[in-house]
Structure formats: structure tokens, C-alpha cells
Write a protein that binds this ligand. Structure first.
Ligand code: 4NP
Length: 148
């Protein structure tokens, strides 16, 4: 799961997907990072931690990380939260195999519509509730695909 700073959206996406994967006992590894390095080593934004906590998801162990080209070797699927993240990752792809791993998260819910998960960093906390709902829906679709 990849966003810009790896403190708001992608830590939530990591926590939500891991929560669903653990409930279903699926053998899938989930991680998150940012395309930018400003928040490497930081905890998740308190507004993400709060909305996660309301939904029984614990982000307290989150530490910010930055995307690295080696992530193409470690992961089968790389989900970008918005179009900028998507293009930033795609620009680092070394070959067609890397490129094929990169998806826009909301296309799991609305295929080919290229809807962004909006960056909630500069907004209020209701932006985080909206982000939670969008990511939660997309993660349900990912689980359905993993199970099919
Ligand atoms: P995120 O949100 O990409 O969802 O983690 C942001 C976090 C920090 C910044 C921008 C977006 N920032 O500019 O520091």
C-alpha cells in the first residue's frame, strides 16, 4: 500500500487489509510505504490512528518507510492511493513485470474509473472517516479476489 507520506492513507490501508487477512487466515504479507521520504521513521498521523482505533485496528506499531525499487521484487501487488503515487511508482518500474504489479487502489471498487483516495493531511478528521470507508471497501474487494 503506497501513498505520499506513509503516515495517513497507506498505514490505514495496511492496517485494514492486514486485519481482514488475519480474520480469514490468508497467507498474505502486507506492508506500506510512501513515495516521499519526509516521514521516514515517523508514527502514523494521530487522526489515522484514531479512526483505525474506532474500528478495532491498531496502528501503534507503524513506522514510516519510503518506497524502494527492491519492493518490486518483494511484493506481487503494489496499490497506489492516488494517481500521483501511481505515476511515481510506475516511473521507477524496471520492466513490464514491475509495471504489471502497480494498481490504483480504488479501481478494485470502480474498475477503470481511476478514482483517488483523497489526501486527508491538510483537512479535518471527517476526511479520515471518508478515507477509511473508501479503503475498507477496496480491501473487501481484494479479499474477495484472494479467496476466489
Ligand atoms: P499521506 O498524507 O500521503 O496519506 O501519508 C500525507 C502526509 C504528509 C504529507 C502529505 C500527505 N506531507 O506533505 O508532509
Amino acid at each position: 500500500m503506497v501513498c505520499l507520506g506513509n503516515i495517513c492513507r497507506s498505514p490505514l490501508a495496511e492496517g485494514i487489509l492486514r486485519h481482514k487477512i488475519e480474520k480469514k487466515n490468508l497467507p498474505v504479507k502486507v506492508n506500506s510505504c510512501g513515495t516521499a521520504g519526509y516521514h521516514v521513521g515517523d508514527f502514523a498521523d494521530p487522526r489515522s490512528t484514531e479512526v483505525a482505533h474506532k474500528n478495532n485496528i491498531d496502528l501503534s506499531g507503524h513506522i514510516g518507510k519510503q518506497f524502494s525499487v527492491s519492493d518490486f521484487d518483494t511484493y506481487d501487488l503494489i496499490y497506489a492511493m492516488d494517481g500521483n503515487n501511481y505515476r511515481d511508482i510506475l516511473n521507477q518500474a524496471r520492466n513490464k513485470n514491475d509495471e504489471a504489479k502497480v494498481k490504483l487502489l480504488m479501481n478494485e471498487v470502480l474498475p477503470n474509473e481511476n478514482v483517488d483516495i483523497p489526501d486527508p493531511y491538510y483537512g479535518g478528521s471527517n476526511g479520515f472517516d471518508n478515507v477509511f470507508k473508501m479503503i475498507d471497501q477496496a480491501c473487501d474487494r481484494i479479499i474477495e479476489k484472494l479467496e476466489s
